[in-house]
Design a binder for this molecule. Sequence first.
Ligand code: COD
Ligand code: ZN
Length: 374
Amino acid sequence: MGTAGKTITCQAAIAWEKNSISIEEVQVEPPKAGEVRIKMVSSGICGSDDHVLKGELPMNFPLIPGHEGAGIVETVGDGVSSVKPGDKVLTLIVPQCRECDACLHSKGNFCDKQDVLPCSGTMLDGTCRFSCKGQKVYHSFRTSTFTEYTVVPEIAVVKIDDAAPMDKVCLIGCGVPTGYGAAVNSAKVTPGSTCVVFGLGGVGSAVVLGCKASGASRIIGVDINEKKFPWARALGVTDCLNPKKLKKPVHEVVMEMTGVGADFAFEVIGHTETMLAAWNSCNYSYGVCLIIGLAPLDSQLCLEASKIVSGKTLKGVCLGDYKTRDCIPQLVTDYLQNKINIDPLITHQLPFDKLHKALELYHTGKTVRCVLLF
Ligand code: COD
Ligand code: ZN
């Protein structure tokens, strides 16, 4: 008995309100036109999911969290042509519609059809495909990967190589392009350069991977959680700094260590204070500061305006500036060809029913990336 055209009942994590999550039996409707239903195989737990769970993004509850997913296409809706049942796929927090201004511009990648800013919690037609106990359940980032089955718009899903190990490649749906791509594709880190990375979580560690791959000779890692330092050193960080243990502001220490400031600074936390610290750690003339973290929605970044004229660059970046459907499959192929090694980013893998344990590991700062397996 196939499941095509039928509602599927399965297990999913539901965030009922902020800081309240439980695994429940849910109903997942068949995909509508332009949509894809996916049987999940793995999902990373990313810092952005934590923003959702804490209610820091204006999202509708109850919702199914998760966006960094790998799975197998179960069925497709009318008009879907880029994937078919049985394909291995990744879900994409930033879709690529190939029609909007950002998609049509050679440099743009923040597709108008994304559901990050602002968040609707629905599919593109404004309705939802999930329900639980008769109640409508919202999507998160139009992906919702903490579930055995999900429904995603075709523009937010991409086919990957048949040989991809599905318990690992979920990271290439988000953390790897976001971090590695920021270093390699957006900043274009140069050989012999000095980089400073603020935040050594899953995404910051992927930035380190990209700096190392680009030939940076010095990579300074900054984090308030020293449990991250051994993992960071193994990836290529040469100097670790804990701002809480320094006698002066971290940017002053970076300036002293480098003499002239960093060539490249990356903020991978999402706080305005660390964004300023990253900016102030850069060389005043040619330094490049990339902001990856999402700051609180009502916050303002206040820069000393007279310091901008000297030439340094401040740039925001999402998903490594990659046009997601065009570029992400190649990152999977690069991994399969040993050109990128994402394995050290995955410090834990747990079955989906151990979700609470996985979230506890994340919240106590004991993981770089924990992957849920379905
Ligand atoms: N100073 C130094 N380090 C800090 C501080 C601080 N004040 N506060 C927290 N940290 C460290 C934590 O100890 C942790 O190691 C790290 O910062 C954050 O890591 P994670 O694992 O919690 O989060 P990531 O790496 O999965 O995600 C970080 C993002 C900044 C990407 C995320 O939080 C975010 O803002 N996402 C939205 C923006 C974005 O690019 N989204 C697209 C892909 S998700
Ligand atoms: Zn993410």
